[in-house]
Design a binder for this molecule. Structure first.
Ligand code: E4P
Length: 217
């Protein structure tokens, strides 16, 4: 499973990128707001830093303006992936940009039928939102499972980009189901390393090494 980082915080992206943990980046208007950055500048900087696709989201909801925004975002760098909402206008823009060779991520996916439509429109990625479904007492992982099964039934190439990931356990579940990508906030990726037995074992080894006077270099 590929790891995308769900943030516009360039320092956080750099830190994980240096560790080889970043296969791509996703942003959205809320993350841009949080970063306090200009979307065009931030997207350019992230694209220069990261090898993989960087999702940058349109803000218009009408077709004409959305297409203009999508084309402009796509012109920033070769690795920009234009993110459009799951609406008919979004799918029209998806079809046009995909046909022109631009990667498109269809976001705000909350049903398997929507994921089928995104694939038909030529999306490179579809983003089912796990956490926001969990928030309304619907198991978000069931949606990932359904999309995986449907895409596999028809050998659909659109990648399932598990989004709205809120915990390290979400990462494990998405990987078990076979999501192609999971996009997660930096803290969730950092939390994946945590295990109390690792910490307890390390504490004991450090103590014993001191008692034994072990010195390696
Ligand atoms: C990423 O592409 C999504 O916009 C993001 O994962 C949404 O996460 P949230 O539901 O925690 O805001």
């Amino acid at each position: 499973m590929k790891f995308f980082v769900d943030t516009a915080d360039i320092d956080a992206i750099r830190e994980l990128n240096d560790l080889g943990m970043v296969d791509g980046v996703t942003t959205n208007p809320s993350l841009i707001l949080k970063s306090g950055r200009d979307i065009l500048e931030a997207t350019k900087e992230i694209c220069d830093l990261v090898d993989g696709p960087v999702s940058a989201e349109v803000v218009a909801i009408d077709f004409d303006q959305m297409l203009k925004e999508g084309e402009h975002l796509a012109s920033i760098a070769d690795n920009v992936c234009v993110k459009v909402p799951m609406t008919w206008a979004g799918l029209r823009v998806c079809k046009l940009l995909s046909d022109a060779g631009t990667a498109v991520n269809v976001t705000l996916c909350f049903s398997a039928n929507q994921a089928l439509l995104a694939a038909k429109a030529g999306a490179s990625y579809v983003s089912p939102f796990i956490g926001r479904l969990d928030d309304i007492n619907v198991d978000g992982m069931d949606l990932i499972r359904d999309i995986r099964e449907i895409y596999d039934n028809y050998d659909i190439q659109t990648e399932i980009l598990a989004a709205s990931i809120r915990s390290a356990n979400h990462m494990k579940e998405a990987a078990l189901i076979g999501a192609d990508v999971a996009t997660a906030p930096p803290k969730v990726i950092q939390d994946m390393i945590k295990h109390p037995l690792t910490q307890a074992g390390l504490d004991q080894f450090v103590k014993d090494a001191q008692q034994a006077g072990i010195r390696i270099v």
